[in-house]
Design a protein around this ligand. Structure first.
Ligand SMILES: C[S@@+](CC[C@H](N)C(=O)[O-])C[C@H]1O[C@@H](n2cnc3c(N)ncnc32)[C@H](O)[C@@H]1O
Length: 288
């Protein structure tokens, strides 16, 4: 299939499903889609389009396939440890009410991990987590909060006992934690972004997008953060030129939106949050 044919397929899919394939990395997506089409008995993407336009189950399979939903609790635990030890205590000190957004939250393991840390740091604090994803099926699972034992393998016994209850062969997140997380369908490529977040967590999501789409999302995140707010991305999603997008690098995977009265240079000259793989910027307090 040549580029023009693929562009045609993208347009048809956008009309049919609302998914904008043109913003996802093309080579990777085409390779995966061709494999999926073959598995579905289609000889090319045109035939595959006909299948998904007629068969709702195949259409859902296509959605699930495009929106890779792999997730787990405390994915890359040392990053969550950095969040627990350095980022969240500072944000909690500064803000009476903490607004957190888990964007591309998949099955809910990520926002529930954030809620567990916040419950440990500020059990009675005024904090809430918005958790969004483009995939309504996975959001339904996230709301249920039921997980297989392999999903919770990063959790120690104490955390498991405190924050989960048995649910047959599986475990379910306790209601106190669930009540702190609001799940909502949101397409990072098409929908309006809410504002005034103190922390935006978007991990293992933008890696699937083109450079143009990625930059656009990162700029919108910047608009959505309050000054001093932090963006937390995946290990392979490092920002090449954070300053161009309005961020200072705090540590690997962590970026801060500078306050109005601080320039990137001024903020980077200051002290650092100790611990972790630091890029050298300050989080709290005025710029020096
Ligand atoms: C690999 S999962 C990452 C889950 C979690 N953030 C983590 O790190 O474990 C990627 C998620 O991004 C979601 N996603 C893909 N495209 C999206 C879009 N345009 N808008 C919002 N979410 C999207 C997928 O549905 C999927 O649940």
């Amino acid at each position: 299939m040549n580029d023009l044919d693929y562009a045609f397929f993208q347009r048809k899919v956008l009309d049919l499903t609302g998914i904008d394939l043109s913003s996802y990395k093309s080579d990777q997506m085409r390779r995966r889609l061709n494999a999926l089409a073959t598995r579905s008995g289609a000889r090319n993407l045109f035939e595959y389009y006909r299948i998904i336009s007629r068969d709702p189950a195949k259409r859902q399979e296509f959605r699930d396939f495009v929106t890779i939903n792999v997730s787990e609790f405390f994915r890359i635990p040392e990053k969550f440890e950095y969040l627990r030890q350095y980022v969240l205590p500072e944000l909690l000190r500064e803000r009476r009410r903490l607004n957190v957004w888990s964007a591309g939250c998949s099955n809910g393991a990520e926002p529930y991990s954030l809620a567990i840390i916040l419950d440990q740091l500020a059990p009675t604090g005024d904090w809430r987590i918005l958790a969004t994803d483009i995939d309504t099926t996975i959001l339904q699972r996230a709301r249920c909060g039921v997980y297989a034992s392999c999903d919770v393998r990063n959790l120690d016994k104490h955390t498991l006992a405190k924050y989960f209850v048995p649910a047959g062969e599986q475990v379910r997140v306790i209601d106190r934690i669930k009540s702190r997380v609001q799940f909502k369908m949101h397409d990072l490529l098409r929908d309006e972004y809410q504002r005034d977040f103190d922390l935006i967590v978007c991990r293992h999501v933008i890696i699937y997008f083109t450079e143009v789409a990625k930059d656009c999302i990162l700029r919108k995140f910047n608009d959505s953060l309050r000054p001093g707010g932090v963006l937390f991305v995946g290990g392979t999603e490092m920002l090449k030129r954070p300053g161009d997008l309005g961020y200072n690098c705090l540590a690997v995977s962590f970026y801060v939106k500078p306050r109005a009265n601080s320039s990137v240079a001024a903020s980077c000259r200051g002290g650092t949050i100790s611990g972790g793989d630091n890029c050298g910027c300050r989080l709290g307090g005025p710029a020096r």
